[in-house]
Design a protein around this ligand. Structure first.
Ligand code: F6P
Length: 328
């Protein structure tokens, strides 16, 4: 047990994700449970540099488990990328007697944490909070399940209008360079095709597949396009290409955008965030640092930041086969 820790700081950084509030709540209440103080740091590393801190007790985090976004707010700090910025951050932590940090975010957050902890020998534990599900060392990230449900709900609605007009819809989803959201939501929403960065389908094969769909008697179609996919990179150009080469389809485009980041977290995300938040404080108590707390096969795991940021969460390509079969 790390006897030195008496006060823990918690922050959220990078793109927000539903369930971040539940994670903060778990960290704060876990601190109370262990009789530590907890300090909320606003606007991620930006607030760390500016000393935007607030003591949090168990009642400070009431009624937030069901809220999307992050009440601590988030930012992508440029200044934290500089040595001077990180020095200011360290001084603020010292001046406020904060002994350790829990940072909730994605790989950018963990990269910043690694450099900071190396420079200042400061205990930091991370929690994976991003809708993209692209972090190595955890089966899922906080916010991913909610985002999937948001996408599926949206595509269900798009399908209604696609069907009524016999149209082909290209639906762009988030995920940065990862196809997790696209592939899983595509299967869940019954998409005819899913374009993901991990697999290069190619425009010609896409046309062939759409022709087959028509022949098979489909009157409307949904193609889910991951924002990182090469042929879907410019979804409007792809729409033109299909229109110019397949006149039997009337094509429309929907870019789902940031609605995928909002909304009340699903029960799965709330439970995941609560488990990870409690485990993050346990990890600091056990003397752990420079690691991310994740989940694998429903068991809590701890992965060094160096590994978590080195590679991304590999997509299970078996899902591509499933998607191909169930969309026949
Ligand atoms: O990492 C989360 C994410 O929503 C990605 O899916 C997307 O590419 C990016 O953030 C969008 O970032 P911003 O909020 O800066 O537009």
């Amino acid at each position: 047990m790390n006897q030195k820790i008496k006060k823990i700081g918690v922050l959220t950084s990078g793109g927000d994700a539903p369930g971040m509030n539940a994670a903060i709540r778990a960290v704060v209440r876990s601190c109370t449970f262990h009789k530590f103080s907890c300090v909320g740091i606003f606007r991620g590393y930006e607030g760390l540099i500016e000393g935007d801190f607030k003591e949090l007790g168990p009642r400070s985090v009431k009624n937030i488990i069901n809220k999307g976004g992050t009440f601590l707010k988030s930012a992508r700090s440029k200044e934290f990328r500089t040595k001077e910025g990180r020095k200011k951050a360290f001084e603020n932590l010292q001046n406020n007697a904060i002994d350790a940090l829990v940072v909730i975010g994605g790989d950018g957050t963990f990269t910043g944490a690694t450099i900071f902890s190396e420079e200042h020998n400061f205990p930091i534990v991370g929690l994976p909070g991003t809708i993209d599900n692209d972090i190595y060392g955890t089966d899922v990230t906080i916010g991913y399940d909610t985002a999937l449900n948001t996408v599926v709900e949206a595509i269900d609605k798009i399908r209604d209008t696609a069907n009524s007009h016999n149209r082909l819809f290209l639906v762009e989803v988030m995920g940065r360079n990862a196809g997790s959201i696209a592939l899983n939501a595509g299967i869940g929403a019954g998409a005819e095709e899913v374009l993901i960065p991990e697999e290069n389908l190619g425009r010609e094969r896409l046309l062939q597949s759409l022709k087959r769909s028509k022949k098979a008697g489909k009157s409307s179609s949904i193609i889910v396009v991951s924002e990182g996919d090469q042929i879907g990179k410019n979804i409007f150009k792809l729409a033109d290409y299909i229109t110019n080469n397949l006149n039997e389809y009337e094509v429309r485009v929907t870019v789902l955008g940031h609605i995928q980041r909002g909304g009340a977290p699903s029960c799965y995300d709330r439970v995941l965030a609560s488990r990870l938040g409690v485990s993050a404080v346990d990890a600091l108590l056990d003397g752990k640092s420079d690691c991310m707390i994740g989940i694998a096969h429903n068991k809590i795991t701890s992965v060094p930041f160096s590994e978590a940021i080195k590679s991304s969460n590999e997509l299970d390509l078996e899902l591509v086969r499933v998607s191909d079969i169930v969309s026949l």
